[in-house]
Write a protein that binds this ligand. Structure first.
Ligand SMILES: Cc1ncc(COP(=O)(O)O)c(C=O)c1O
Length: 415
């Protein structure tokens, strides 16, 4: 797969550069009031566009797919009535009102996350930062390719190899068991690793993660470990990088309620930054992350946090397991469909994604074929990076009747 890139470090953008603009002049306060001019020629400010934005290739994959083909999104089911009950209770009382909360998240929520997912792993409540979702935190950490591009950490996009300069891509495919040959990977500051993986559905084994942690330690790198699908793991693969001895000294972990409790729109996740993780000068990474969180974020919505807390109650955990179980059944239907048609499929066991191989074919062509002939939406593998060419990702996030209907149409198409 393509999406396990390593972003090499570069000095942070200085001066008054931002995501949006890149100005040689410093920011002045109060900001000037701009008057709008509606003339034949549009009024332009004097603020230069951030030149890095022009390096981006196309749009973000999913809006692109949706816009292109005017398609639908599968909806996550929220089979968790108690979540909405708790939200209503919290909101409808004077006691339930809260103003700004702690930027790092409510103590109760941090404690419940630590107790539920990190018991016996040496992770404390204070290591946990509650957020508005994993994507936001991974972007704040600049571990996504596009956010690194926007902030000027990468070089230009190289069309011939379909890669950005200054990023090492770790190709993960069936030949290497969806885990990179680390002996060929150069040293980088940051290693972004997602397990269970979106899009391939592969989960790294204990042995593989032990190798990854050792590799990071040998190189003095920091792993940003995306564990958004950990609850989908059915075998004995680790659900957290912190199950690996020594990981607290080299890793940050991001996680989310989105795919366990249908919180994609509610927005709630968390990031673990252990106190043991230090920069080269000995300064704790958590202290700087805390500074960034306090500066750029005013804490996750109290409504979302009340919902998250309900999810971590015994009833909530059961409801989340039921949701995960439902999608895992969908996954089996998809796997059976493609397998019966003679395709090689990967992933699925520990993730809500099936990674289907169409050897020698262009991912976007296969995507268009399935869309146009069966009216079923998949995601082209190459949209995730060059390693995804020849694959499409099929998501299990759908209503059961839609999954069954999609299976019927696929069987018709490829019989
Ligand atoms: C691997 C992975 N990480 C993170 C996210 C985003 O999670 P959130 O909704 O918490 O931002 C997704 C969403 O699809 C994902 O697939």
């Amino acid at each position: 797969m393509a999406a396990a890139p390593i972003a090499t470090g570069a000095p942070a953008i200085t001066g008054s550069s931002s995501f949006l603009y890149s100005s040689p002049f410093s920011l002045k306060y109060p900001p000037p009031i701009l008057s709008l001019y509606y003339g034949a020629r549009p009024y332009k400010t004097s603020v230069p566009r951030n030149a890095n934005m022009a390096k981006l290739q196309a749009g973000y994959l999913f809006p692109e797919v949706i816009h292109y083909f005017h398609l639908f999104l599968f909806l996550l089911l929220l089979s968790c009535d108690l979540v909405s009950d708790s939200l209503a209770r919290a909101l409808s009382t004077i006691d339930g009102y809260s103003g700004y909360g702690a930027e790092q998240g409510e103590k109760k929520v941090r404690a419940a996350i630590a107790a539920t997912y990190y018991a016996d792993l040496g992770i404390e409540d204070s290591d946990i930062f509650v957020s508005d979702g994993a994507k936001c935190d991974i972007s704040r950490l600049q571990a996504y390719v596009d956010s690194s591009v926007i902030m000027g950490q990468t070089g230009l996009y190289q069309q011939d190899v379909q890669k950005y300069g200054n990023i090492e891509y770790m190709r993960c495919n069936p030949e290497n068991g969806f885990f990179p040959d680390l002996s060929t990977v150069p040293r980088t500051d940051i290693i972004f690793f997602c397990s269970p993986n979106n899009p391939t559905g592969a989960a790294a084994s204990r042995d593989q993660l032990t190798k990854l942690v050792k590799f990071a330690k040998d190189n003095g790198s920091i792993i940003v470990y995306d564990s958004a699908y950990a609850m989908y793991i059915s075998d004995d693969s680790p659900k957290s990088i912190f199950e690996i001895p020594g990981a607290k000294e080299v890793a940050i972990e991001t996680a989310s309620f989105s795919k366990y409790a249908g919180f994609t729109g509610v927005r709630l996740g968390w990031t673990v930054v252990p106190k043991e993780l230090l920069f080269s000068d000995g300064h704790p990474v958590a202290k700087d992350f805390n500074r960034i969180v306090c500066t750029c974020f005013n804490g996750a919505s109290n409504i979302a946090q009340a919902g998250g807390l309900a999810c971590l109650s015994p009833e909530g955990l059961k409801a989340m397991h039921d949701v995960v179980g439902f999608y895992k059944e969908n996954t089996e239907i998809i796997v059976d469909t493609f397998t019966s048609l003679g395709f090689n499929v990967y992933g699925a066991k520990n993730a809500p994604y099936v990674w289907v191989h169409f050897p020698g074919r262009n991912s976007w062509d296969v995507f268009a074929e399935i869309l146009e002939k069966a009216n079923v939406v998949t995601t082209p593998g190459s949209g995730f990076g060059p390693g995804g060419e020849g694959f499409v990702r099929v998501s299990a996030f759908g209503h059961r009747e839609n999954i069954i209907e999609a299976a019927r149409r696929l069987k018709q198409l490829y019989k």
